[in-house]
Design a protein. Structure first.
Length: 151
């Protein structure tokens, strides 16, 4: 069986694979890729044996710190990271849900102090399987489907 390349290869950089298709643009937003000057290629609704369909992002000449990548677990907890050098995958990383989230998401409670005043949002992760967050300030619980990413 012949393999078909759906998203072009990059010489050096990072590929983020196994992103749910409906979370692609949230991942782009979380990583601030809309402001990037690096070449970015993405594919959406690509066939996946494990997920049914998936999205992928390839960023040329850019590598991420673990804390940057772990933020995407808010919307893509099953994502995989491939570090590419000279067209070869030299390292594979699995993203991990951190214990605390700061400044990425907004509390769903409109009356929360983090939404009313100029205070950085903070959440405790109370479930890593189906990402569930608890606001540090008002203690409101937010599940993965309702997480609002800050712009």
């Amino acid at each position: 069986m012949q393999k078909e390349l759906k998203v072009s290869a990059i010489k050096n950089g990072t590929a983020i694979d196994h992103i749910p298709s409906n979370a692609l643009f949230k991942v782009i937003q979380i990583l601030g890729l809309e402001k990037s000057e690096h070449q970015i290629t993405f594919g959406m609704n690509l066939e996946s044996k494990r997920m049914g369909n998936k999205a992928i992002i390839k960023i040329a000449d850019r590598y991420f710190k673990d804390d940057e990548i772990n933020r995407i677990t808010l919307v893509a907890p099953q994502a995989k990271l491939n570090i590419i050098k000279d067209y070869e995958v030299i390292e594979k990383k699995i993203v991990e849900v951190p214990d605390f989230i700061e400044g990425i998401a907004r509390c769903i409670n409109p009356k929360c102090v983090s939404n009313v005043e100029n205070i950085k949002s903070k959440f405790k992760v109370i479930s890593k399987d189906k990402v569930t967050l608890q606001c540090h300030y008002c203690e409101r619980i937010t599940n993965q489907e309702n997480i609002i990413i800050k712009k």
